[in-house]
Design a protein around this ligand. Structure first.
Ligand code: CDP
Length: 231
């Protein structure tokens, strides 16, 4: 059976990973969360004190990039691949608001991007891959057969992320989450290297007023249409 590459880009907390995971399970495809890789590098930078509220020592981070080995290992219990940094499972650590507050600054650095994009392209070599992020349809897989661009209003997105963080036991304020979502949107869309933009051939889906099931069905229909055209 024909297999395709599906690129899902969009603003933060637009539910990209939720729909991508469900789609991957349904199709028997591999899901890769490219944001987790930027979060992992950020966590490494925080742990080594290269980045904190006062300073960001970009040169030290760049000179240590070769020491950062990332891996995805499928966890049957949760149904998706978790991220490992130098053989340590850091899936929980990278999802905190603190990491979210630094990640877009780390993701602006070209050396970080080129290193991660190389790894992402390797992971997607065999087709049958769904990858989500900010530059998947524009930079990582410009030839992807199906490109989606997800949007939703900032308040809905912040509420979704706030609920997620509270459920995980983080003590956060809604206003801080909203601020983070808006700041990341700004930095991600204005950076020089691979800014977040909709690829010309991407299909935009505004899911502000959609349930998860409705969105899944719309995307599954698009996948089936694309598969039919390619076979
Ligand atoms: O889950 P959420 O949508 O909040 O973000 P994420 O996908 O985990 O990505 C975290 C951050 O990594 C983004 O805000 C971007 O700064 C960066 N990122 C990127 O620059 N390029 C990607 N392909 C994926 C993420």
């Amino acid at each position: 059976m024909t297999k395709i590459t599906i690129a899902i880009d969009g603003f933060s907390s637009t539910g990209k990973s939720t729909v991508a995971k469900r789609l991957a399970k349904h199709l028997g495809y591999t899901y890769v969360d490219s944001g987790a890789m930027y979060r992992a590098v950020t966590w490494y930078a925080m742990k080594h004190n290269f980045i904190n509220k006062e300073r960001f020592d970009i040169d030290s981070l760049v000179s240590h990039l070769d020491d950062i080995h990332l891996n995805f290992v499928f966890n049957k219990e949760v149904g998706f691949a978790e991220v490992y940094l130098n053989d340590e499972n850091i899936e929980k650590q990278i999802r905190t608001l603190e990491v979210s507050n630094f990640v877009s600054k780390v993701a602006e650095i070209s050396e970080v991007r080129s290193q991660l994009v190389k790894q992402q392209q390797k992971l997607g070599k065999g087709k049958g891959v769904i990858m989500d992020g900010r530059d998947i349809g524009t930079v990582v897989f410009p030839d992807a057969e199906l490109k989606l661009f997800l949007t939703a209003n900032a308040e809905n997105r912040a509420k979704r992320r706030f609920d997620e963080l509270i459920k995980r036991g983080e003590k956060v304020l809604y206003d801080d989450v909203l601020k983070n979502v808006q700041e990341r949107d700004y930095i991600d869309s204005h950076r020089t290297d691979s800014p977040l933009v909709k690829a010309k051939d991407a299909i935009e889906i505004d899911n502000s007023d959609m349930t998860k099931d409705e969105q899944f069905q719309i995307i599954l229909d698009l996948v089936n249409k694309t598969l039919k055209e390619k076979s």
